[in-house]
Ligand binder design. Structure first.
Ligand SMILES: *Cc1c(COP(=O)(O)O)cnc(C)c1O
Length: 357
């Protein structure tokens, strides 16, 4: 009964095991500011949960539009960035249409392309530098219905250049999505938003799951021209954003300055974690790491899978193992946590790498 193109699909399972320190999913481990949780408690009592939510989450979209000087018709909110990505694949790709990715990258893109039986072109990054193969991308993009680039890229951490995105937008007659799930951790000019007014085929994706500490509530949004937003609105699940999440997203948008300290703390901790991990090179020539603009660091270690298991079992620290993926041999991705969490992971890795090298 299983359609042939679904055979190789496996349900997404990041293999969370209960650990004292979870640095495996790029969440904001600082949690929500207490001002937000206190206010949410008050708002919950006045929510009419017997009523359906506003299907288009107008209040949330208006606040987002105001933030970026756009109109409500340039914004669509959804049940996490993941739902909006699915809507993008549904509306603009689909069976037999070409999707182009710069791999390794966020695994959900390939999962959706496979699910929808798209023609998938994976343009491999340079495995040493993790830089995108720009010429390869531009070539493949010409006949593409959908190009998805992630910037900063999960799991490698680097930004794509504005010029590269502009070239992609020019050569591609389809849609170019720039997934900016982690852009808040990069510099103020990292976003492709300024290109929106010049390019009708650009879509920028954002989420509240990372910098804004709402991974459990499921809310993300896309910014694009009104035609693209209307197309996405026509394929989306009607009530995917529930009333509680809409209220929470409004609170976070109204008080977004409350997140500035955990974001800047994450950025400075990222530099400290990078320094600490760099010192592991003295124990093994195999150790390598890549500079990151996000809230995680990709690191290559000897015996990475074994080290990941020992971190989990002996230190109760969970990180993500990418060593089975093409171009990511022996690579682990470590989320930047709080100061204490990062100190602990550095202590653990120093001990484990010494033993396994
Ligand atoms: C986390 C993430 C998202 C979105 O996650 P949601 O929780 O569904 O909003 C999108 N893209 C990338 C690259 C991510 O890492």
């Amino acid at each position: 009964m299983m359609p042939a193109h679904l055979h190789e699909l496996e349900p997404y399972d990041p293999k969370f095991s209960p650990c004292e320190i979870n640095l495996s999913a790029n969440e904001n481990t600082h949690g929500l500011p207490t001002e937000i949780t206190d206010e949410l408690r008050q708002r919950l009592s006045s929510l009419e949960l017997n009523r359906y939510p506003d299907p288009l989450a107008t209040q949330v979209r208006e606040r987002i539009a105001r933030l970026y000087n756009l109109t409500c018709d340039n914004v669509l909110a959804g049940n996490g960035g993941d739902e909006l990505l699915f809507d993008l694949f549904l509306a603009f790709a689909g069976a037999g249409r070409r999707v182009v990715l710069s791999t390794p990258t966020f695994s959900i893109y390939k999962m959706y392309a496979t699910m929808l039986n798209c023609e998938l072109i994976e343009v491999a990054r340079d495995p040493e530098t993790q830089k995108s193969n720009v010429a390869g991308l531009l070539e493949a993009a010409q006949e593409a219905s959908l190009v998805v680039v992630c910037s900063p890229n999960n799991p490698t951490g680097e930004l794509i250049a504005h010029e590269t995105v502009e070239e992609l937008l020019d050569v591609c007659s389809g849609i170019v999505v720039v997934d900016e799930a982690y852009v808040e951790f990069s510099h103020p000019n990292a976003s492709m938003l300024p290109l929106l007014s010049k390019h009708e085929n650009l879509v920028v994706l954002r989420t509240f799951s990372k910098a804004y500490a709402l991974a459990g509530a499921r809310c993300g949004y896309v910014l694009s021209n009104t035609g693209v937003i209307a197309a996405l609105a026509s394929v989306r699940q009607t009530y995917s954003l529930d009333s509680v999440t809409q209220a929470l997203a409004q609170l976070v948008l109204d008080r977004h300055e409350l997140f500035a300290s955990s974001i800047s703390d994450t950025v400075s901790e990222r530099e400290r974690l990078y320094e600490g991990l760099s010192k592991l090179t003295q124990y093994s020539p195999e150790v390598k790491l890549w500079p990151s603009e996000a809230n995680f660091i990709l690191v290559r270690l000897p015996q990475a899978s074994k080290i990941r298991e020992r971190l989990r079992d002996e230190w109760s620290i969970l990180v993500r193992d990418f060593s089975a993926e093409a171009g990511l041999t022996n690579c682990l991705r470590i989320t930047v946590g709080t100061h204490d969490e990062n100190s602990r992971v550095l202590e653990a890795l120093t001990s484990l790498v010494k033993e396994e090298a």
